[in-house]
Structures are given as structure tokens and as C-alpha cells.
Design a protein around this ligand. Structure first.
Ligand SMILES: C[S@@+](CC[C@H](N)C(=O)[O-])C[C@H]1O[C@@H](n2cnc3c(N)ncnc32)[C@H](O)[C@@H]1O
Length: 469
């Protein structure tokens, strides 16, 4: 057919790829597939071939005529197995097919089949209730037509929408998605940028960014606590700076010892005021070989304020029968052995708080004990030595770019030991990257964390957005 007679309407492919290469291949091998047109000359498939023919200076092109009412589908079917559409192009095609599928779905529904596809035993849903957006079976049809699953299309669409609304923030992510074809990572990148933007907007307006049930607060915990009502929190789980020169981004972890203890005592006083009468304050702190008194000095500073109800030893690594389990930071020393444990001091106001020992208990090794000793269930107290290894990480990213985080399980065990009755509220004045709040979120509790450093607070917000990572 004559090239001039072909009518090229709105096309969904934007990237025409290597036309010179195609022209060379046509010169060498001839045209393997004729273009496809409707009886009135509208192009269904073959725009790249037409461009190649034009490049070669030809006037006519072999064609096949197909009477396709739905040009969009014809274009898709022809192209899918030739050169893959980019995710954005697939989104555009989905949007073009959508009204057709919606109409078909509506017909199915009126015929009593129902959107869910099972037919609903011949019941006819009122047409007025047909959803505006495309969903269920109809979206599955579209997904099948464009050769992607429903989830991928939905994600790609969100990336495309984000790039349309805020090109400054998302255009590059969309371009990367189209270049690599990786929809999932682009979608995650969009989510992460959105969360960051929300976080920054909230902080800028003096608000408290909330993710799930968790409040992430950027600021100084002492100032925050002084503004907090008495008896606001049921459980405090925290780990302050140890004053051992750890390299935080903002805080200087190397002050004179007496000043450090006075500062922590001030914070302890405010925690005491903010704690409910039957609340629990779990304070995690470790020492070093050179400075073995740190944890005891800090505990001693709290002694005048609280009762030490339990002292838990958190084991990070242990050798059993000559086999090492867990991880710790090895030191080079002729005097000190490696530190493979830290303390968790469980402080309460009067030492009389009922705890849930079995929530962090263990099953009986000898099951005959259950009946013989009158236990209702196969669980007994697990003791005050907790082996909780750090998860193995390969990079700083996996440690959330923070030098001193603890495992989520440590915070989770503390919260469970206090007990979950009545939905206690959780607080962490030295939130870091939000580990305590991740534990609170996993347990379905409301939590608040305060952090001095904006980067750590932002990471906490992102971790919570990723859902209890
Ligand atoms: C030992 S880290 C806590 C790590 C945390 N448990 C985690 O898992 O990510 C102590 C944190 O307290 C923060 N910090 C220091 N002074 C602070 C203050 N006055 N108010 C709030 N946070 C502070 C530091 O920036 C650091 O992130």
C-alpha cells in the first residue's frame, strides 16, 4: 500500500528504538512482517516499519488488512512480542483499554456474572453500583492484555502519576523505570521520596509526623519531656548515648563524665514524671573494657529515682561448646576481653509492677513438668539472660546508617515483658532510627520517639513506612 495513504492516529509507543538498525535489517532480509491496517487505512501495527521504509526512501509497503474495531488492542498484540513496551507506555495502553474493559465488565455484571467473576448465583447487582475505577476482573483482563500482572500495572501507574504531578521529584525515577523496566524498585523509590517529603513538610510546620501508630519527633528529648504531661507513657524503652565517643551525626558522645551523668539524671527525673504509676522504664546500656563502670554509674544515677525491678543481661554473642553464635565488635587488646553483652535495667516507680513473664517465656524441655508442677501451659519464665544476636548485615544501609542501634527483638521483648494488657503507650527519648517504634508498631501499640538528628529521624520515619522493618 502507498505510505501516504496510511492514517497514523494516537499511538502508545513513544520510544521508537533503533530505526536505522531496522532499516538495515529490512534491506538485508526484506520485510518479514507486513504492517497491519484497518480497511479504511488506519494503522494498527507497524509504525517503526513505516519509519524504516521512509528512511529507505520507499513509497509503498506490504500490508495486511484487519478489521479491528479496537485499534488499541491490535497495536498491543502486534507489538508485545517485538519490542517490549516501557512501563509508562503500558500504563498509557492500560488507560486506553480501560473504558472498553469497563464497558465489558458492566455488561457481564448486568448479565448477572458479577465483577468477582463467580457469578453470584445468578444475582444481578444494580448497575448503579458499578465502581467508577477499574478493578477486579476487569483490571485482570487489561493486565492480561498488556502482559503484566495487575500489581505491576498499579505500581507503574503510581510512578507515572507521581511524575506527572511533581516532575521535579519523580521524573528521574520514571525515566529510570522506563529505561530498566524495573517497576517495583521505581515504585519503592517513589514511596520513599513521598515519605521523606511528608516528613520534612511536617517538621517544617512544627507538626509531629505520624507513621502508622507511631509519632516521630525531631528535637531534644529533655525539652520534649519537660513539655509532656505527667503519666503520659506506660513503657519507656531506650538506649542513651554511652559517652564512649561513638560517632553520631549530630550528638557529641564525649563529654565530661560528671556532666553526662547529671544530664541523664535530669532526663531520668522527667521520665519518672512522664511514666504512669505502674509503668516500666527499660534502660539499655553497655560498658567498654577500658571503661567498665559506665553501665553501673548510669544505673546508680537512676537509683535515687526508681526501683531496679529486674536486671536483664542482653547477650549479643556466646560460645557454646566451642561454637560461637551471634556477633559483636572485636577489640584488639592484651588486657581486655571482647564485650559480648549489654545491660537492660528494668526500672519501675515502686518495684511492684506485675509483669508478663510468660510472654517472653520458653517451652519446657521436660514436658512432664507441665502437669507435675501445675503449669497450665507449656511455658515457663525464660530468665534474665536474653540471647538476641544482631542480624547479619553487609552494609551501613542495612544498619540504617546508625552506629548504635539495637535489634527490634530486644525492644519487643521488653514491651512484652511489661505486658500488652490495655494497649500500653510506648516512648523512646533516644529514638535513633526508630527501633523501639518498629517494635511498638509490630505489637499494635501507639509509640512516640524523639531524636536529635534529622537524618536518623527521617530514617525512622521511612522504616516505619516500610512497615516494621
Ligand atoms: C544509642 S543511640 C539509640 C539507638 C536506637 N536505640 C536505635 O535502635 O536506633 C542514641 C541516640 O540518641 C540521640 N540523641 C542524643 N542526644 C539526644 C537528645 N538530647 N534528644 C534526643 N536524641 C538524642 C543520638 O543522636 C542517637 O541517635
Amino acid at each position: 500500500m502507498n505510505l501516504d495513504a496510511i492514517k497514523i492516529g494516537k499511538r502508545h509507543r513513544q520510544d521508537m528504538g533503533d530505526i536505522d538498525g531496522l532499516a538495515a535489517s529490512i534491506t538485508e532480509l526484506g520485510l518479514l512482517h507486513p504492517i497491519v491496517v484497518t480497511p479504511d487505512g488506519k494503522l494498527i501495527a507497524g509504525e517503526r516499519r513505516i519509519l524504516a521504509f521512509q528512511k529507505l526512501g520507499r513509497k509503498t509497503i506490504p500490508h495486511t488488512t484487519v478489521d479491528l474495531v479496537k485499534i488499541v488492542r491490535g497495536e498491543y498484540a502486534e507489538n508485545f512480542f517485538r519490542k517490549a513496551f516501557s512501563p509508562s507506555e503500558i500504563v498509557a495502553i492500560t488507560e486506553a483499554i480501560e473504558p472498553l474493559e469497563r464497558a465489558k465488565a458492566k455488561e457481564r455484571m448486568i448479565a448477572g456474572k458479577g465483577e468477582g467473576g463467580s457469578g453470584g448465583r445468578g444475582k444481578t447487582k444494580p448497575p448503579g453500583k458499578f465502581p467508577e475505577g477499574l478493578n477486579g476482573q476487569a483490571l485482570d483482563h487489561v493486565a492480561k492484555a498488556v502482559g503484566k500482572d495487575r500489581k505491576t500495572i498499579t505500581k507503574a501507574r503510581e510512578v507515572v502519576e507521581a511524575a506527572k504531578t511533581s516532575p521535579g521529584l519523580f521524573a528521574k525515577i520514571k525515566a529510570d523505570m522506563d529505561r530498566t523496566g524495573k517497576v517495583d524498585s521505581a515504585y519503592k523509590a517513589v514511596q520513599s521520596v513521598k515519605r521523606q517529603a511528608e516528613f520534612e513538610a511536617a517538621v517544617e510546620h512544627g507538626g509531629e509526623p505520624k507513621t502508622g501508630n507511631q509519632f516521630v519527633i525531631l528535637g531534644d528529648c529533655l525539652a520534649y519531656l519537660r513539655e509532656t504531661d505527667a503519666a503520659s507513657f506506660d513503657i519507656v524503652v531506650t538506649s542513651p548515648p554511652y559517652n564512649i565517643g561513638t560517632e553520631y551525626r549530630t550528638y557529641r558522645d564525649n563529654v565530661e563524665r560528671a556532666a553526662y551523668l547529671v544530664w541523664l539524671t535530669e532526663i531520668g527525673k522527667e521520665i519518672k514524671r512522664a511514666l504512669t504509676p505502674k509503668g516500666s522504664f527499660f534502660l539499655n546500656i553497655g560498658s567498654t573494657g577500658k571503661d567498665p563502670w559506665i553501665e553501673f554509674d548510669v544505673a546508680q544515677a537512676m537509683r535515687g529515682l526508681f526501683c531496679l525491678q529486674n536486671h536483664i543481661v542482653w547477650i549479643k554473642a556466646i560460645a557454646i561448646d566451642g561454637v560461637m553464635q551471634g556477633h559483636y565488635k572485636p577489640i584488639t587488646s592484651g588486657r581486655f576481653i571482647d564485650q559480648a553483652y549489654e545491660s537492660v535495667f528494668h526500672f519501675t516507680l515502686n518495684g511492684d509492677v506485675e509483669i508478663d513473664r510468660l510472654a517472653v517465656g520458653v517451652p519446657f524441655a521436660d514436658k512432664s513438668n507441665i502437669e507435675r508442677r501445675g503449669h497450665g501451659i507449656d511455658r515457663h519464665c525464660g530468665g534474665n539472660v536474653w540471647f538476641i544476636p544482631y542480624e547479619t548485615v553487609q552494609s551501613k544501609t542495612e544498619k540504617f546508617h546508625h552506629p548504635a542501634g539495637y535489634p527490634v527483638e530486644l525492644a519487643e521483648r521488653c514491651i512484652k515483658l511489661h505486658g500488652l494488657r490495655g494497649g500500653p503507650t510506648v516512648f523512646d527519648p533516644f529514638m535513633g532510627t526508630g527501633t523501639t517504634l518498629v517494635a511498638a508498631e509490630r505489637l499494635g501499640l501507639v509509640g512516640t520517639g524523639v531524636e536529635l538528628d534529622s537524618n536518623y529521624a527521617r530514617i525512622a520515619s521511612m522504616r516505619l513506612g516500610q512497615k516494621a522493618a
